[in-house]
Design a protein around this ligand. Structure first.
Ligand SMILES: *Cc1c(COP(=O)(O)O)cnc(C)c1O
Length: 413
């Protein structure tokens, strides 16, 4: 082998990362104070207390929306949006094959059928041409996923939705303060859905929010009712007349209280993640064997994680070897994001949304096969995910860049 730069730590050479990654605390006295106030209200019910209300007011102010609804999780938020959008039995909903199952659960609970469109090879988001190609007379909605905080091509998606009269729901669980052409993701479609589970940019333990982007009162009431057993708590009296089924996905005052304090940290968290992620891209650009995590044109990414792809034709190693070499350099990484595209899950392969049933899949002859979304499959076979934390220092970002470049240069063909 001719002059390979530095010996890999994996093979006994010097380790790239010689200092610990910077850390910090997500929760502090701010959260504790809010929690104590919540308890002192002598009620933890969102409708009687002020914490969830204040949390939503603050969230609405950040996002510039008139109404949003709090939920018990991000999965619940997406289900609520689908319910409010009128997605129902036998409808098809087009979405991404690289996502958390929280994107899909609400579709199936509405007895609608998920249809997967292919992705852009470098932004990892829905390819508008593939979305349009999968529209049928049954198609009712598109659930776009702004993966890892990178915005979808919303101009193209919204144009398709308008042409075919489809609802658009944005899964923003990984996309806080993500911008597309100067506007926040979550404000383009009919509804924007967020998660505050413990792994997201901000945490309330579990929780979620749905923005009601029409701004219309009737839409707001319908969305609100869908998260609260169709109780309508707007007039002087609670309306309990039940016209159709709606789950109980209410957020408690404890979650709202923590959320108020967490929202105050949101812009710092997102700015820091954006700076670190964009710096890594800048530092890795042009490295042979590496495709950087490409930000959508006109967009700004707040990196819930960083995900590069390997060009294995330019490298003399496997992805597993690359990832192990990085680990040895002191740079945490893992191959891919999810092990496989979601339509390869047994649920889709066996068409079993509910135990002992093939409903609603048996309403159509649609099947889910290897090769349905070839680009998405290839992304997951070649991707390496690098965790990003808002607490990382500039040195940490430089070390990540040096580690990746070192491994790539060692394995360069
Ligand atoms: C986290 C996540 C969800 C679900 O959120 P939960 O609060 O865990 O239910 C949905 N979609 C995506 C893309 C996510 O990352």
């Amino acid at each position: 082998m001719i002059s390979k730069t530095e010996e890999l730590a994996l093979l006994g050479g010097p380790k790239t990362k010689t200092t610990a990654f910077s850390t910090g605390k997500r929760f502090g006295v701010e959260e504790a104070r809010e929690l104590l106030e919540a308890l002192e209200q002598e009620t933890l019910f969102y409708h009687f207390g002020n914490k969830v209300k204040t949390f939503l007011d603050d969230f609405n102010a950040i996002y510039g929306v008139k109404h949003s609804v709090a939920t018990s999780s991000g999965t619940a938020a997406i289900h609520v949006a689908l319910g409010a959008a009128g997605v129902t039995v036998g409808d098809e909903v087009i979405t991404s094959p690289i996502t958390d199952q929280g994107t899909l659960i609400g579709i199936l609970y509405q007895n609608a059928i998920p249809v997967f469109a292919d992705l852009d090879p470098h932004t990892y988001n829905l390819d508008p041409a593939s979305v349009e190609a999968r529209i049928t007379p049954r198609t009712k909605a598109i659930v776009v996923v702004h993966l890892a905080g990178n915005p979808c091509d919303m101009d193209a998606i919204m144009a398709i939705a308008q042409r075919h009269n489809l609802k658009v729901i944005e899964d923003c669980a990984q996309a806080y303060l993500t911008r597309y052409k100067g506007r926040y993701a979550g404000t383009f479609g009919d509804y924007g859905c967020f998660s505050t589970n413990d792994f997201k940019h901000i945490s309330t333990g579990d929780g979620g929010m749905v923005t009601v982007n029409s701004g219309e009162e009737t839409d707001y009431y319908r969305t609100h009712g869908f998260a609260d057993k169709n109780y309508h708590r707007f007039g002087t009296e609670v309306q309990r007349e039940l016209h159709y089924v709606a789950p109980n996905y209410r957020m408690t005052e404890l979650q709202g209280a923590v959320g108020i304090a967490q929202l105050k940290k949101l812009s710092w968290i997102c700015e820091r993640r954006q700076t670190i992620g964009d710096r890594i891209t800048e530092g890795l650009r042009g490295t042979p064997g590496i495709h950087v995590h490409q930000v959508t044109e006109g967009g700004a990414c707040t990196y819930w994680f960083y995900m590069m792809r390997l060009d294995l034709s330019a490298l003399s190693c496997t992805r597993q070897q690359f990832s192990e070499a990085l680990e040895a350099e002191g740079i945490p990484s893992r191959p891919g994001y999810i092990p496989q595209v979601v339509y390869k899950q047994p649920l889709f392969q066996r068409k079993q949304a509910y135990l002992n049933s093939h409903f609603p899949f048996d309403l159509t002859d649609r099947s889910y096969q290897q090769g349905d979304c070839p680009v998405a499959e290839e992304i997951l076979e070649t991707a390496i995910q690098i965790p990003i934390k808002e607490f990382y220092s500039d040195t940490d970002a430089e070390d990540i860049i040096r580690g990746v470049r070192k491994v790539a240069s060692y394995y360069k063909k």
